[in-house]
Write a protein that binds this ligand. Structure first.
Ligand SMILES: NC(=O)c1ncn([C@@H]2O[C@H](COP(=O)(O)O)[C@@H](O)[C@H]2O)c1NC=O
Length: 525
């Protein structure tokens, strides 16, 4: 019996790689360490051209590469060499009787299927890039990790050479490599299965008939939503960038709740085209504001306006900016206890200012990718929906219907459009009051709309008078709207569509207020 720490020498390696980076150094190093290198067509040619001794795989199979490379390594002489469990005397004896030598190391990387699909290649070209022989060898070697080390990642070649020179791989090494290998082929198959379903059997629903995704753990978090819950962050899935791929420049480790709030803040800030700052607590905004100022002064102004919405709640909040954070904004943020700040970049000196607060987490993140599908686990299943994008028809004020009152001027309409966009970041039932491109009060997460209105008005206080309001869904009764009108709200945007729309609009008309209908709603649960 070998122990996990005992090294198993490498005498024979099979290399077949699409990505040939680092290949020559690896193969030359293996050769210098006394390892016989066997390779597939293109790999063997690259090695031979560089003067690295190599045995073509055809000499092992006794069979020429066939069918435009579809058959190169799919042969018992290769697979028996990869699958023989050399701990078992009967396997060793059988190999000998068949005249097959075992492999100790397999180095493979697969045809670049995902890249080919992303390049817009034709279905036939994509199909040709589905690697068959490579995954077969990778899976065989990973299964047989007791005897074979399998390497699928070119960034590990230096480490591979170190191990070979040190006397071979330990069982623990081979186990780790086997796990990586199966994860690699699983992800590869998910990409193929997803693409093939979409392309060959598309259906009218516009949603996939099968959902596959693989996720790589990026970080184990201290705990989950509560300290007794375990939690970790994973990246991968659809491979799109975003908050989970952010780089942390400073501060305490991100927590589970920090990620939830940061995601909400990041989306909220990027829902606006103007320079915008969103301040989030418990996944809801305690301030969102845009600035129409030109140049670098804008983002600091947006922050001042967002903070002014609810300075009490902004304490311990998560701040996201959709523009570079300037020193001016950083000075303002440094005044307030802040959990996380996220931005696409920071001006020279801004991070130093923020770092005056030892614990504030400073993140740089790529702009979120809009659209696509959103997934949410429910007990026993998965909900999938297309994202609620700002490109939706009802987000363009030019497409709204004036239901009653005087049409707003350009500034008023801009304010209302801001309120409508900002309202998307508020959990339903949501009512949001805004003035001059800034929220002044929001009522969120209420189980009836009248309470959401009361909360928004209470938060706004005197600022409700003359403000505009957005409601994420229609008013089922006039009561919620009446709360806003009594507080002095002058214009309201809402989807419309209630059976009592006429009553609701009559209430607004009686109060001399303006109501626009969007025809679309922005629930957020
Ligand atoms: N057809 C086969 O038997 C086969 N065996 C290995 N491959 C792949 O061929 C590539 C290397 O080919 P070459 O050395 O010819 O450039 C690797 O990505 C490897 O995963 C194969 N190609 C596709 O299935």
């Amino acid at each position: 019996m070998t122990t996990p720490a005992e090294r198993r020498p490498v005498r024979r390696a099979l290399i077949g790689v699409s990505d040939k980076s680092g290949l020559l150094e690896l193969a030359a190093g293996l050769h210098a360490a006394g390892v016989e290198v066997v390779s597939t067509g293109g790999t063997a040619k690259a090695l031979a051209d560089a003067g690295v001794p190599v045995t073509p795989v055809e000499r092992v199979t006794g069979f020429p590469e066939a069918l435009d490379g579809r058959v190169k390594t799919l042969h018992p002489n290769v697979h028996a060499g990869l699958l023989a469990d050399t701990r078992r005397p009967e396997h060793v004896a059988q190999l000998e009787s068949l005249g097959i030598a075992p492999f100790d190391l397999l180095v493979v990387n697969l045809y670049p299927f995902a890249r080919t699909v992303a390049s817009g290649a034709s279905p036939d070209e994509c199909v040709e890039q589905i690697d068959i022989g490579g995954p077969a060898m990778v899976r065989a070697s990973a299964k047989n990790h007791a005897s074979v080390a399998v390497v699928v990642d070119p960034s590990r070649y230096d480490w591979v050479l170190e191990q070979v020179r040190a006397g071979g791989f330990t069982l623990a090494d081979r186990q780790r490599l086997a796990v990586d290998a199966f994860r690699h082929t699983a992800s590869y198959d998910v990409a193929v299965a997803s693409w093939m379903g979409d392309v060959l059997i598309p259906d009218e629903s516009g949603l996939p008939g099968w959902v596959g995704a693989t996720w790589q753990r990026k970080q184990v978090l201290r705990y989950g939503e509560n300290p007794h819950q375990l939690a970790a962050l994973y990246t991968g899935g659809d491979g799109r960038g975003g908050l989970a791929t952010a780089e942390q420049l400073h501060g305490k480790e991100m927590s589970y709740n920090n990620y939830i709030d940061s995601d909400a803040a990041w989306r909220a800030a990027w829902d606006h085209e103007l320079p915008c700052v969103a301040i989030i607590k418990h996944a809801n905004p305690c301030g969102i504001a845009v600035s129409s100022l030109e140049g670098a002064a804008a983002i600091a102004e947006a922050h001042r306006k967002a903070h002014a919405c609810d300075p009490v709640s902004a304490f311990g909040g998560v701040i996201a900016a959709n523009r570079e954070v300037t020193v001016e904004m950083a000075e303002q943020v440094a005044e307030v206890f802040t959990e996380v700040i996220i931005a696409p970049s920071y001006a020279d000196g801004a991070v130093d200012v923020l770092m005056r607060k030892k614990n504030v987490r400073i993140l740089v993140a790529p702009e979120p990718v809009r659209g696509g599908a959103e997934m949410r686990a429910v007990s026993g299943g998965l909900l999938v929906q297309t994202a609620d994008t700002i490109e939706a028809d009802g987000d363009d004020p030019a497409k709204w219907t004036l239901a009653c009152g005087t049409a707003l001027d350009e500034q008023g309409l801009a304010d209302l459009a801001f309120a409508w966009r900002a309202c998307r970041a508020v959990k339903s039932n949501a009512i949001l009051l805004a003035h001059d491109g800034a929220t002044v009060g929001a009522g969120m997460g209420q189980v009836n709309r009248v309470d959401a209105a009361r909360l928004a008005v209470a938060r706004a206080g005197d600022r409700a008078r003359g403000a505009v309001a957005a409601s994420d869904a229609f008013f089922p009764f006039p009561d919620g709207l009446e709360v806003l009108l009594e507080a002095g709200v002058r214009a309201v945007v809402q989807p419309g569509g209630s059976v009592r729309d006429a009553e609701v609009i009559a209430a607004a008309e009686a109060a001399g207020a303006t109501v626009y209908l969007t025809g679309t709603r922005h629930f957020a649960h």
